[in-house]
Design a protein around this ligand. Structure first.
Ligand code: ADP
Length: 622
């Protein structure tokens, strides 16, 4: 064996340096199967460049053939390429010892054939040397075994590409850089092989494959160091997502699903069909809510969604995080759904409990106020009936005394006694009237209380189309006589063109009458009460304005509470039960309306009922 200096060997020796660095980086991740397999094919590449460099240094055929044997040995590294692609893509289970051994059968046969080629010529039918530019180079004619070997190597290359391509399609854009550079690194040696086999000039005398392997170091290094191959590989990332209890859906920038874990698959029901499908469809399978993924592009979108499963409603906390590349361009989104049904149920129970407590509190206040209000008329009745008995007794005694035949009844004493009896009877009548007034007041209070509780329970209002001006006009009419008694000016100003409304006529009239009644009651003699109707911004307005005593700022926020009466009214024995406004409010709210009040003490008050106009009716009338 003789050797020569060949400048073409230099770049090959130099390429060993980056290859060793790359192998060292892979070695550091050797606990990862993909990294070990990567190490296998980079070792093959290193073997190839070094053995070919040796071949170039060979100055006669024995030296060249010696190096050639090692070149073929390093070809075996290519078996690791599809195996690496499998491990990288998460199909480690497909890599069994048997399959790996089976893949090495052809390389083993080929190695034996290369080493024994002089006897059969199956790999090279002719081997010799040629002199090119005063350099001794290998000259050969391919034998049948070599063609078979090339087909086998191409199949290994192809298998690796197909697996990596599939992964690239089904993995978030985040990994596309990593996979893209890997594929390019794999393509370069394949191009080299084609050039070698076809003996394309200017590479006719040289073998370009080791040089393309050298070039492949660049994309490999980019994938490894820039895109952190092995620090974060799709398979590992998928395992993390898969092991999460939360449902995770990853989509690309076109809102197509690239990944969905089993928790999300269980939720949507059709995971297999959903990969590659729209994320909108997947979300629609979980909730009735229409979620437009484009509207969730803002970072950190978070919302609660309800899924109506057969087993009952389930609540989820949905978080959407956009995935962005280095240029901050959105490359996809991650949807994470965490079930919060238990927490929601606990919250609901706490809310129900709080509502129940509030109801009990309201009931207690209601009973306290009611009993307080009942006490005055009851004590009036009790004292009046007691006094009635007392006066009655003394009247009876006087009458009895007069009826005694033995009594010396001087005419002047007789007159005096009779006037005392008449006086007693008059006091008895006053007491009876007080009893009647208190009983009437009690009756009114009981009726109001029943009305309040009935309104609380009744959900069925009898709604019918009605003319608002007619309804309010009749209510005002009913109070004309009472207003006249107090010398009050009572006016009604109907608004023009008020659309007909759907209301419970009887109940709404009751609400208006309660307000008119209050206005008259709390307005001193010679005052004025004016009622009007109007239409404002899609609402019908009924206004009851008076020039009465008004309501203080301290009382204003409470007047709609049951039994609340401003102090002056409370001391007024003829005042109502303090339920009128709360009844009116409930009626108006049952019509989806509201009551507002404006008042100034000593100047008067204005109560306004706002009722939403029924748009369908309004257009039908137009
Ligand atoms: P009441 O039966 O006492 O009138 P309401 O519920 O109708 O009960 O009214 C509650 C309180 O609001 C009244 O006690 C009174 O103090 C005050 N109020 C209601 N309407 C008027 C009004 N038009 N002018 C002055 N005060 C009013």
């Amino acid at each position: 064996m003789t050797w020569q200096f060949n400048p073409y060997a230099l770049p090959l020796f130099l390429s060993a340096i980056p290859l060793v660095v790359i192998m060292f980086a892979a070695w550091r991740h050797r606990s990862n199967l993909a990294a070990r397999l990567f190490l296998g094919f980079t070792a093959g590449a290193l073997g190839l460049v070094l053995s070919y460099a040796m071949e170039l240094l060979g100055a006669n055929l024995p030296a060249i053939l010696f190096a050639l044997r090692f070149e073929y040995l390093s070809h075996c590294g290519l078996v690791f390429w599809p195996l690496f692609a499998l491990a990288y893509s998460g199909y480690e289970t497909a890599i069994t010892r048997r399959r790996v051994l089976a893949l090495f059968v052809v390389p083993a046969i080929m190695t034996v054939l290369v080493w024994t080629n002089e006897r059969h010529g199956l790999v090279y039918s002719y081997t010799g040397v040629q002199i090119v530019d005063s350099l001794v180079l290998f000259d050969r004619t391919y034998g049948i075994a070599l063609w078979g070997w090339l087909i086998y190597l191409s199949a290994l290359f192809l298998a690796g590409y197909v697996i990596l391509f599939r992964k690239a399609i089904h993995t978030p854009a985040h990994f596309h850089g990593q996979i893209g550079w890997l594929i390019l690194a794999g393509v370069l040696p394949a191009v080299g092989m084609v050039l070698t086999v076809t003996r394309t000039p200017p590479f006719a005398a040289l073998d370009p494959t080791p040089y393309t392997v050298t070039l492949a170091c660049i994309p490999l290094a980019i994938s490894l160091f820039r895109f952190r191959l092995f620090d974060l590989i799709p398979a590992a990332y998928e395992r993390v997502i898969e092991s999460m209890d939360d449902a995770v859906i990853v989509c690309d920038a076109q809102y197509r699903i690239v990944q969905i874990n089993s928790a999300a698959a269980r939720l949507t029901g059709h995971a297999a069909q959903l990969v590659g499908g729209s994320v909108e469809a997947a979300l629609a399978a979980i909730t009735d809510l229409t979620l437009e993924p484009r509207s969730l592009d803002r970072s950190g979108t978070r919302m609660e969604i309800i899924s109506r499963a057969a087993t009952g409603a389930r609540y989820y906390d949905l978080r959407v995080s956009p995935l962005r590349n280095r240029q901050q361009v959105m490359t996809g989104q991650v949807f994470v759904l965490r079930e919060i049904t238990d927490r929601k149920r606990a919250e609901q129970q706490a809310l129900d409990l709080a509502l129940e407590r509030e109801r009990v509190r309201v009931l207690e206040t209601f009973i306290q106020n009611a009993s307080h209000d009942f006490r005055t008329p009851i004590s009036i009745i009790l004292t009046s009936t007691y006094l009635l008995g007392k006066i009655g007794e003394s009247v009876r005694e006087r009458a009895l005394a007069l009826s005694q035949p033995a009594a010396p009844a001087a005419p002047e004493r007789l007159g005096e006694s009779l006037s005392e009896i008449a006086d007693g009877v008059a006091r008895m009548r006053d007491k009876a009237q007080a009893v009647q007034a208190s009983a009437t007041r009690l009756e009114k209070m009981v009726e109001s209380m029943l009305e309040v509780t009935e309104l609380e329970r009744t959900t069925q209002f009898a709604f019918a189309v009605c003319d608002l001006n007619g309804l309010v006009g009749e209510s005002v009419q009913a109070y004309r006589a009472i207003a006249a008694q107090k010398a009050l000016a009572l006016q009604f100003e109907p608004g023009s063109a008020i659309p007909r409304l759907r209301v419970d006529e009887r109940k709404l009239r009751r609400a208006v009458e309660l307000l008119v009644d209050n206005a008259i009651h709390y307005t001193p003699q010679h005052g004025a009460v004016s009622v009007s109707t109007d239409e404002r911004a899609g609402e019908a307005v009924i206004q009851i304005r008076d020039t009465g005593i008004g309501i203080s700022d301290a009382d204003l926020p409470h007047i709609f509470e049951p039994f609340y009466r401003a102090d002056h009214a409370r001391s007024d024995a003829t005042g109502g039960a303090g339920l009128g406004l709360s009844i009116a409010k409930r009626i108006v709210e049952a019509h989806a309306g509201r009551i507002e009040v404006e008042s100034a003490p000593g100047q008067g008050s204005a109560f306004r009922i706002y009722l939403p106009l029924n748009t369908e009716l309004a257009t039908a009338q137009a």
